[in-house]
Design a protein around this ligand. Structure first.
Ligand code: F6P
Length: 350
C-alpha cells in the first residue's frame, strides 16, 4: 500500500516527529509514504513536489522544529472551482498510486480534509496546532511545547518585574481559545490570565494588582491571549507587511489601561512566532509518534475518513463528520482548570 502525507496550516513543534514515525512504522508494516510538499498544493504540481520517503529522509528529524514537507496557510486549495480541483486531486492520487492521504493539520486543514472525505477522497487526519483548539481531541501536537515556552517566559518576566516593581504584560497566541494563555500562565505563576472565552473587566485586574501591592508584592505578570477582548469590546487586529490582518495589540491595550489605573510602570512582550518554532518537547514527540503510528495502522486497515484523536490517555479515532471547518474547541467558563486557577487567586478578569 502507498499513501500520501502532508502538513497544512501554521507549523508547530512535533510535525517532523509525526512524519518520521509514519515513515518508520509504514516501512516496517508494508505501507509506503509519499511526501507532498506545501500541503495539498504539492499534489497539483506532481511529480516534482512529491517524493517517496525513505528512512534516510526521516533520520535525525525527531527533534527538529518546522516541517520537512513545508506547509501552507489555507485558504482552501480548491478555490473557486472545487469540483474541478477535487477531480484533479483524485487524478493526482491515482497517478501516484495513493490509496489515501494522511493529513497533519489544525482546524483549517482538517476542515478541508473533512470536506474531501465527504466527497469520497480517502483521508486520515492527525491533529496539530499550538492553540489546542481542534474539536474531538483532548490534545494536539505542538501545544505542550508552546506551553513550556510560555511558562518559561512568564517566569523570566516575574524576576525582572520584581526587580523593577513593574507590571509585565505577555501577549501569547490563541485566536479563539485560551488554552495557551491558561496553561502557560498557570505553569509559570502568572497573576492575571486573560482568555478569549472570558471578556475581561480592567477594574478587576486593577483590583488584583493593587491587592498584591498592599501585601508588598509590587509587581505582577499578566498573560493575555491575542484573541482576548475587553467586556463590550472587540478583538484587536494588526496589519502585517503585505497587508494580511492578524490578531495582535491587545497586550498594549491592556498595558495602557493598567498604567493609568494602577500608576505603575508597565512593559509589554509579544511572544509571537517564537511559540511556533523550535524543538518539540518530549511530550509532543511522543504524542506525534503515537498519532502517526495509529494513522498508518488505520490506513493499512483501510479505515479512512477518520481523525486520530487523544481521549484521556488513549489514542483513538473519530469520523471526520464530527469535525467541521471553522469550529474551534474552547474552554468553558465553568471548567475545573479555570476554577483551580481562581482558587489560587489568579485573576481571570471576571
Ligand atoms: O494556529 C496557530 C496560530 O499560531 C494562531 O494562534 C495565530 O493567530 C496564527 O497561527 C498566526 O499565524 P500566521 O502568522 O502564520 O498567519
Amino acid at each position: 500500500m502507498r499513501v500520501g502525507i502532508l502538513t497544512g496550516g501554521g507549523d508547530c513543534p512535533g510535525l517532523n516527529a509525526a512524519i518520521r514515525a509514519a515513515v518508520k512504522s509504514g516501512i516496517a508494516k508494508g505501507c509506503q509514504l509519499v511526501g507532498i510538499i506545501d500541503s495539498f498544493n504539492g499534489l497539483f504540481e506532481r511529480p516534482t513536489r512529491t517524493s517517496l520517503l525513505g528512512l534516510e529522509d526521516v533520520s535525525d528529524i525527531l527533534d527538529k522544529g518546522g516541517t520537512i514537507l513545508g506547509t501552507h496557510n489555507e485558504g482552501s486549495p480548491f478555490g473557486e472551482k472545487p469540483e474541478e480541483n477535487i477531480l484533479r486531486l483524485r487524478e493526482a492520487m491515482s497517478e501516484l498510486d495513493l490509496a489515501g492521504l494522511i493529513v497533519i493539520g489544525g482546524e483549517g486543514t482538517q476542515g478541508i480534509a473533512g470536506e474531501l472525505a465527504a466527497t469520497g477522497v480517502p483521508v486520515i487526519g492527525i491533529p496539530k496546532t499550538i492553540d489546542n483548539d481542534l474539536p474531538g481531541t483532548d490534545q494536539t501536537i505542538g501545544f505542550k511545547s508552546c506551553v513550556n515556552l510560555v511558562a518559561d517566559s512568564v517566569m523570566r518576566l516575574r524576576s525582572t518585574a520584581e526587580s523593577h516593581d513593574r507590571i509585565m504584560v505577555l501577549e501569547v497566541m490563541g485566536r479563539d481559545s485560551g488554552y495557551i494563555a491558561l496553561h502557560g500562565g498557570l505553569a509559570g505563576g502568572a497573576n492575571v490570565i486573560l482568555i478569549p472565552e472570558i471578556p475581561f473587566d480592567v477594574k478587576r485586574i486593577q483590583k488584583k494588582i493593587l491587592e498584591r501591592k498592599n501585601i508588598g508584592r509590587n509587581f505582577s505578570v499578566v498573560v493575555v491571549s491575542e484573541g482576548a477582548t475587553e467586556k463590550g469590546g472587540e478583538a484587536i487586529y494588526k496589519e502585517e507587511l503585505g497587508g494580511a490582518k492578524t490578531l495582535g495589540g491587545v497586550g498594549v491595550q491592556v498595558a495602557q489601561k493598567l498604567h493609568s489605573l494602577c500608576d505603575m510602570d508597565v512593559r509589554v512582550t509579544v511572544l509571537g512566532h517564537l511559540q511556533r518554532g523550535g524543538s518539540p518537547c518530549p511530550e509532543d514527540r511522543i504524542l506525534a509518534t503515537r498519532f502517526a503510528v495509529y494513522a498508518v495502522d488505520l490506513a493499512l486497515k483501510k479505515r479512512f475518513n477518520r481523525l486520530v484523536v487523544l481521549k484521556g490517555q488513549q489514542v483513538s479515532d473519530t469520523p471526520y463528520s464530527e469535525v467541521s471547518r471553522f469550529q474551534r474547541r474552547k474552554l468553558l467558563p465553568s471548567d475545573e482548570i479555570l476554577r483551580a486557577a481562581e482558587a489560587i487567586s489568579v485573576c481571570l478578569g471576571r
